[in-house]
Design a protein around this ligand. Structure first.
Ligand SMILES: [Zn+2]
Ligand SMILES: [Zn+2]
Length: 221
């Protein structure tokens, strides 16, 4: 089993170092992540920085860390288009501008990342943002802000799509997940498939609330 280390960034989002033969970092929502990585590996061994979506709290340190480590930045092609948009990246909500990021690789759903001792499938999961992705392999699911523990779902009012989120979470309910690594909050290994089904239920409630222009709950940035 590959080692996964959680590093919580300055805006509360989780970064995950997947310490595989070809190490990658999933999200980098804080500056100066280089030193945090040193605890686990030689940071210049990092090969890819995979961004689950374009939001500021997941991408802030990407360019800096790529420059320091030589790692390549990858993001889904739909969110790559939004990287310099202050609103689509939620940067305006933090009172600032979108960080300058130039991806080295554009991701598509259905492709896999071969990290040597683990292979992770890229699942395109639009909803929280149009180019959100999840990574799945060997019973591990890195869900970004698509779902969280205990039935949590990502908010869909930041340029997302409440209908697409339901369809995306349906894809996740077809997986067999042992450990869920979400973009915020705790990791869980307890009845994970049931927790994902709970997220699907809340995503449907969220969709209904959107249809009736009502209030939506259970949502995280
Ligand atoms: Zn987030
Ligand atoms: Zn987000």
């Amino acid at each position: 089993m590959v080692n996964v280390h959680k590093i919580t960034g300055s805006h509360g989002a989780n970064a995950y170092l997947i310490d595989a033969q070809h190490p990658i970092l999933v999200d980098v929502g804080a500056l100066n992540m280089f030193d945090a990585l040193k605890k686990f590996l030689n940071p210049t061994d990092l090969e890819y920085i995979i961004l689950t979506h374009c939001h500021y709290d997941h991408t802030l340190g990407a360019t800096q860390l790529a420059e320091q480590t030589g790692a390549s930045i990858a993001i889904h092609e739909e969110d790559a288009k939004l990287l310099d948009d202050d609103w689509a990246t939620a940067s305006a909500m933090f009172g600032t501008h979108a960080p300058s990021i130039e991806p080295d690789m554009l991701l598509k759903g259905g492709k896999s990342l071969d990290l040597g001792d683990i292979s992770l499938r890229i699942i395109h999961t639009p909803g929280h943002s149009l180019g959100s992705i999840c990574l799945y392999g060997s019973g591990l699911l890195f869900s970004g802000d698509t779902i969280f523990v205990a039935g949590g779902i990502g908010r869909t009012d930041l340029g997302g799509d409440a209908h697409a989120l339901v369809d995306s979470i349906k894809l996740l309910t077809a997986l067999d997940v042992d450990i869920l690594y979400p973009g915020h909050g705790d990791i869980t290994n307890q009845n994970v498939n049931a927790q994902i089904r709970a997220s699907l239920k809340y995503a449907k409630i969220n969709r209904k609330a959107y249809n009736s222009k009502g209030f939506y709950a259970f949502c995280i940035l």
